[in-house]
Design a protein around this ligand. Structure first.
Ligand SMILES: [Zn+2]
Ligand SMILES: [Zn+2]
Ligand SMILES: [Zn+2]
Ligand SMILES: [Zn+2]
Ligand SMILES: [Zn+2]
Ligand SMILES: [Zn+2]
Ligand SMILES: [Zn+2]
Ligand SMILES: [Zn+2]
Length: 259
């Protein structure tokens, strides 16, 4: 027996037989890979010498190599023929180094704020005029400003009211200046008004009984009336919605009394 032998299934096997029957085969030269030095890629085995660039045929020695259509390539060929191009500097982007934004590729160094041109390192950034914008510039140039304190509203909750944006803490009742925590509020003189102040200062009052109106009401000649208080001066009947009536200096007359 040859001094060189191999083992297969714990049986000793001469090298010739091993190569012929059991050794992995190189997909490139179709010869056996006997010494265990093989490169596996895409579930295929290669002799290290057979693992070559799909374009220039140079042996690929780097552990990290680029691929295209599941073929390996040397860095040079990859950069020249297949690498994505940077949207900013138009140069090739090596493997694994590309920032993809909006289906465009950038070198990490080329992904810069459209305003101050600083490299954007933060994973959080804004988009303004379809360009990335760093947080500082966003705050300075684009962030909405509070309608009350005029400071930037950069993070967190904001309240939009009457086309203006407010910090939640700045959105206050126009009367008592309490922070409006309730999502329900009234608007008086273009300012938000809390329910308490509304009830106290603005709630419509019935012109007849002078009590506040909580429910539906009738408005006539700028005056508000409880539905029950809008009655004919003559017969005291409630004037129904849609019913014809007329008015004189004494008050309103229902459709029957006004004939
Ligand atoms: Zn080979
Ligand atoms: Zn090549
Ligand atoms: Zn670039
Ligand atoms: Zn910036
Ligand atoms: Zn504010
Ligand atoms: Zn209030
Ligand atoms: Zn009333
Ligand atoms: Zn009447």
């Amino acid at each position: 027996m040859d001094s060189e032998f191999a083992k297969h299934d714990s049986k000793v096997c001469c090298l010739e037989c091993y190569n012929e029957h059991f050794a992995p085969k190189c997909i490139q030269c179709l010869k056996a890979i006997s010494n265990g030095k093989l490169i596996s890629y895409d579930e295929k085995n290669y002799h290290p010498d057979c693992f070559r660039c799909g374009h220039c045929n140079k042996i690929i020695i780097d552990m990290e190599f680029p691929t295209h259509n599941s073929k390996p390539y040397c860095i040079q060929c990859y950069n020249q023929y297949f690498a994505p191009q940077c949207t900013q500097c138009f140069k090739a982007i090596s493997i694994g180094k590309s920032i993809i934004y909006n289906e465009r590729n950038y070198h990490p160094d080329c992904f810069r704020c459209g305003q101050c041109n600083k490299i954007i390192t933060d994973s959080k950034f804004n988009i303004e005029n379809s360009k990335p914008c760093c947080t500082q510039c966003y705050n300075e140039y684009f962030a909405p400003r509070c309608g009350q304190c005029l400071k930037v509203i950069s993070v967190g909750r904001s309240i939009i009211f009457d086309k203006k944006t407010y910090h939640p803490d700045c959105f206050r009742c126009g009367q008592c200046h309490k922070i409006m925590t309730d999502s329900k509020f009234h608007v008086e003189n273009c300012k938000p008004c809390c329910i308490q102040c509304y009830n106290e200062y603005f709630k419509p009052q019935c012109s007849k009984c002078l009590r506040p109106i909580n429910d539906k009401y009738t408005t006539f000649q700028g005056k508000n009336f409880h539905i029950d208080c809008f009655v004919c001066v003559k017969c005291h009947r409630i004037i129904n919605k849609g019913e014809n009536f007329c008015s004189d200096q004494y008050g309103v007359l229902c459709s029957i009394c006004s004939i």
